[in-house]
Design a protein around this ligand. Sequence first.
Ligand code: GLU
Ligand code: MG
Length: 450
Amino acid sequence: MDAQTVEAQARNAGVRLVRFLYCDNGGAIRGKATHVNHLAERIHSGIGLTVAMQAMNMLDQLQDIPGMGAVGEIRLIPDPATFTLLPYAPHSATLLCDMVRLDHEPWAACPRSFLKRVLARAEDMGIRVLATFENEFMLARRRADGSAEPFDESLCFSSVGMANAAGVIDEIVLALEQQGISVEQYYPELGHGQQEMPLSPAWGVRAADQQVLFRETARGVAARYGLVASLAPKPFPDQAGNGCHIHFSLWDLSQQRNLLYEASDRFGLSETAYHFMGGVLSHLPALVALTCPSFNSYRRLKPRMWSSAYTCWGPDNREGAIRVPSLFWGSESNSANLELKSSDPSSNPYLALGGLIAAGLDGIARRASPGEATHVDPDTLSAEERERRGIRRLPTSLGEALGELERDEVLLDALGEPLSRAYLTVKRSEWEAFRQQDVAFELKHHFEKF
Ligand code: GLU
Ligand code: MG
């Protein structure tokens, strides 16, 4: 879609404000809106943004990062292909943006541009990535005192839960469809008020764009029902966590052949799949700093929570960091995919997906091995047995994960400067801020951020 078509569509639909959105280092989706009267020129020249916003943490505390202070501006330049009307907000539309320097070059601190760089490297290796983020979220109600409670107490996959949430869920599905996003399944999940809605996979950047639009939509529609859709990793400490597992497959450049599939293999996986898994598992303790990136993430990432806590993989193993899902009957080759369970909805999806691919590509380049398949809950193995199999416990705190990322040359190199430094500084500041506070503070400041 070109700029003129976007403007015509916005005018025809009676749009007044068009939100130019991006996702920042703290995982928050932020942006500015232009009035439709200025849309044409804004699509061309963008909306100005202070460079400091990539130094802002999720508590709106500005960090001291060279080149990201009071002086200097970048432009939020929208990708016209992302234009969508917002069914849950009156007379509103959105465009997802790249951060571009005033000399028209991509800003090296831009997360969406980072993902594009990693995808270009994959293309150089003959690989296109098809992916989707599988969100779990909690529908909650605010009490008069401002605290929140799950909106129901229905059971896992229960039809009572479906009935309770029918109105709001129907409107979320419809709103997603109106934005060109298809839903694959829906069900109430284990936790009170918890819902799950896997989306159809999309190619490359679109997969992460879809995740931004999903978060916007779930929150936006829930608000119309007087509810909060919390995408915090663990909104209620005594309930199941919200995962956001990343399902992905690797295809040849014609997008016809699934490079993960090999019919003759016991698990239907190709050599490429094993090497990719090997790369992801070896980088995972650092990668979780991107895929499970909030203080609250580590309340979820624990053994026996089906969220994964160890660097292992296995067929339909829901305690494995990488689950190899069983294939669809009749479309084995097309359905072969891998699921990263060590991922939650507080991530910046561009950084999470880009980091995942960078780790996997490194595995392909090194012909890395993922080790043997794990067919049991890894937490039930003895520490010696885990060590023999090369299975590591994932970091137990954001601070630990950041330490791993600081030592991971492959991921740091993929992120590049100044993105890696800005990200680490922002996330360190969140770790320092939250570790000095209590659980109530943590929950309050994660509940509605994502
Ligand atoms: N709620 C679990 C998580 O935190 C996932 C449960 C499942 O879908 O297997 O990741
Ligand atoms: Mg689930």
